[in-house]
Design a protein around this ligand. Structure first.
Ligand code: NAD
Length: 348
């Protein structure tokens, strides 16, 4: 194991708290302390035995600190990340890295200029449901996959004050969309060709409180990404269709099933009779021609994120979340807004 890497966290809110807990569980890193703009949050950190710096400048002046994780509202990531790199430390920005491609380029330029690591906390690459969905797509069990739907649904609108405002980079494309788009990019291994998207403003006029985006890929896959915050009944987290079967992962608990065809149907389907008609097209498959497979399980460990950071700082590995991946994500989010605003298909 290389040198233990000292990490400080700027912003001790919901996610800052999460980072401090995680950092204290990983032997390869050490939590050096936190700084929050609100004195009461610094006090809350001290009550947990965590060192709180009196200012950002004091934190950046500490020569012990190697890496700073920036967990503050989205519009403030740029300024703090650039200061971190200019102070000779590596910067990890929370997602979404920022709110436009233009600003992202300024952050990447600072990384190139200072030679400091600059990366983003795309933690949902370690979600088990995503890893399993990815494995199902790649296993071949479903035959040629032609449609993938990835959704998250809630029913409480947008939580938090700053997430409700445009100024601070609120809205669900930037908040949850960035995770689901990152997962899509990891799964497909290439950028889509086109997108058509709609935004919802059910509970919030200022920023989107949900969206649906349909991406088309070379090779014929249609990938739907959807975030909803006014859903009292959730649609499945993942719904994947191939020529030979369908998989549904209902929720993060990995409930769901995979159904595949085992043989052609010998007999004609028995029609379903409804009150006003009948249909063979929508009749269920005969049981002897299909088989149900269990949803596989995969061990994932989010601690690998900081293990990689420690190795990058020690010169032993490359960063997992790259600048080009962030450029692509920002481009996709901008294309979603462009499509929704113009009610048009956008070519990527
Ligand atoms: P939050 O409102 O709970 O916490 C933000 C904290 O930052 C507050 O305590 C606030 O006082 C502090 N702050 C604001 N400006 C500051 C500044 N300039 N310097 C120092 N402190 C400052 O918000 P949150 O939910 O923790 O979100 C923070 C970031 O983390 C956002 O970018 C968000 O998108 C991201 N986030 C990521 C995940 C994930 O799974 N990766 C989950 C939640 C939030």
């Amino acid at each position: 194991m290389g040198k233990i890497v000292n990490v400080a966290v700027v912003g001790y809110g919901g996610m800052g708290g999460w980072h401090t807990r995680l950092l204290q569980e990983i032997p390869e890193v050490r939590l050096a302390g936190v700084y929050d703009i609100l004195p009461e949050r610094n006090k809350a950190a001290e009550e947990k035995g965590i060192k709180a710096y009196e200012s950002l400048e004091a934190l950046l002046a500490d020569p012990e600190i190697d890496v700073v994780t920036v967990a503050i509202p989205n519009d403030a990531h740029k300024e703090v990340c650039i200061k971190v790199m200019e102070a000779g430390k590596a910067a990890i920005s929370e997602k979404p890295v920022t709110m436009s491609s233009e600003v992202l380029e300024e952050m990447i330029e600072a990384s190139n200029r200072t030679g400091q690591l600059f990366t983003v906390h795309q933690n949902r690459r370690w979600d088990e449901d995503f890893r399993v969905a990815d494995q199902i797509v790649k296993s071949g069990d479903l035959g040629r996959v032609f449609s993938i739907q990835s959704r998250v649904h809630g029913s409480r609108g947008i939580p938090g004050d700053w997430r409700n405002t445009k100024e601070h980079g609120g809205g669900m494309v930037l908040d949850w969309g960035v995770h689901l788009l990152d997962q899509m990019n990891m799964m497909m291994g290439k950028m889509p060709k086109t997108v058509y998207a709609t935004l919802s403003n059910v509970t919030n006029e200022e920023v989107d409180d949900g969206f649906t985006a349909m991406f088309t890929f070379d090779g014929g896959v249609v990938f739907t990404v959807e975030v909803g915050t006014s859903n009292f009944i959730n649609l499945p987290r993942w719904y994947i269709q191939g020529l030979n079967g369908t998989a549904e992962i209902t929720d993060w608990d990995l409930s769901g099933k995979i159904v595949i065809a085992t043989a052609d149907e010998e007999h004609d389907a028995v029609p379903i009779v409804t009150a006003a008609g009948l249909t063979k097209t929508m009749a269920p498959r005969t049981p002897e021609t299909i088989k149900e497979l269990p949803i596989p399980r995969i061990d994932t460990d989010i601690k690998d994120y900081y293990r990689n950071i420690a190795k990058v700082v020690n010169g032993e590995e490359k960063q997992i979340v790259t600048h080009d991946q962030q450029r692509e994500l920002m481009h996709l989010m901008e294309a979603i807004f462009e499509s929704a605003e113009g009610n048009k298909v956008v070519t990527l």
